[in-house]
Design a protein around this ligand. Structure first.
Ligand code: UTP
Length: 293
């Protein structure tokens, strides 16, 4: 069955960004001039997924408003003849068919994904986390969908990390396959210490999941941090082979982590550097700044 639905969990508390996230979801933090969440919705749409379900929590209004019409703003920009800005305002409105479901308590990523069951039904679907931005010049989600189709399995995105970073990610135990960028995942462990990590392949925020994941999540007890972890459900499926088990696509492209403050600042610099309108001027200033700081 072809994949048409994307689920974007955006109900976390964003505690690492307080106080910025006191009244606003962290997914609305801008990366240059677009909120992080818009890059993620654009990525889903570019991969052919036009049906987007966002799992929201408290302070959801900004997220919904961003993908809704802003008639007053549109009227002002039309009156001023500011076509460029008008296009930018309308762009996020027309991107995808947006749906919203509320996760009343942020009980973990697995719990957030479970909220999507009613909307997704018995179809495979993609999950994209707003913390991870994948450079649009690098292909990841399309490749994961292709691997899902050929392997008939759940698919996670994996990236090599430094041993000192394993405690921040789900880490995979893997076996090679005949395809150089694809591995079979035989186990997953959430946030291990470097000495306990089975590899340096970390799960990053893109998944293509089989609908069987919902029944597994129903039975997954709270794990690391007292939260229901998607990693634990996928570890169980890797062991049992349910839903075809778990395959991994090893990604070597450009990923911008906006989940913590320092990485977020780096993400903004990296994205701005690639922009024609800002990059040259900003890089010249940055070189100057570093030389004199
Ligand atoms: P994170 O753990 O990075 O988000 O979850 P967080 O809990 O908001 O972050 P901190 O640690 O408090 O700063 C990864 C993704 O899963 C979503 C988050 O919104 C984020 O996009 N999430 C997490 C939910 O939707 N619900 C949850 O219960 C937990």
């Amino acid at each position: 069955m072809p994949i048409s639905k994307a689920v974007i969990p955006a109900a976390g508390l964003g505690t690492r960004f307080l106080p910025a996230t006191k009244a606003m979801p962290k997914e609305m933090l801008p990366v240059v001039d677009k909120p992080a969440i818009q890059y993620v919705v654009e990525e889903a749409v570019n991969a052919g997924l036009h049906d987007v379900l966002m799992v929201t929590g408290r302070n959801k209004n900004a997220l919904e408003n961003h993908f809704d019409r802003a008639t007053e703003l549109e009227a002002v920009l039309t009156r001023k003849g500011d076509q460029r800005r008008l296009e930018e305002v309308v762009r996020s409105t027309n991107l995808a068919t947006m749906h919203y479901v509320r996760q009343r308590d942020p009980l973990g990523l697995g719990h957030a994904v479970l909220r999507a069951h009613m909307h997704v039904g018995q179809e495979p679907f993609a999950v994209l986390l707003g913390d991870d931005l994948i450079d649009e010049r690098d292909v990841l989600l399309e490749r994961m969908i292709a691997v899902h189709d050929s392997h008939a399995a759940n698919v996670v995105a994996l990236m090599e990390v430094e041993p000192s970073q394993t405690h921040l990610y789900g880490i995979a135990t893997v076996e090679a396959t005949e395809e150089s960028d694809v591995v079979r995942v035989t186990g997953l462990v959430e946030k291990p210490r470097p000495e306990d990590a089975p590899s340096n392949l970390a799960v990053i925020g893109r998944y293509v999941l089989q609908p069987e994941v919902f029944s597994v999540l129903e039975d997954t007890p709270a794990g690391s941090g007292g939260e229901i972890q998607l990693t634990d459900a996928l570890n169980s499926m890797a062991g049992s082979g349910l839903g075809g088990g778990v395959a991994g696509v090893v990604f070597t492209g450009r990923r911008y982590d906006t989940g913590d403050r320092l990485d977020y600042l780096k993400a903004i610099v990296q994205v701005a550097a690639t922009r024609d309108d800002l990059g040259p001027e900003m890089m010249a200033w940055l070189k100057d700044f570093v030389a004199t700081a």
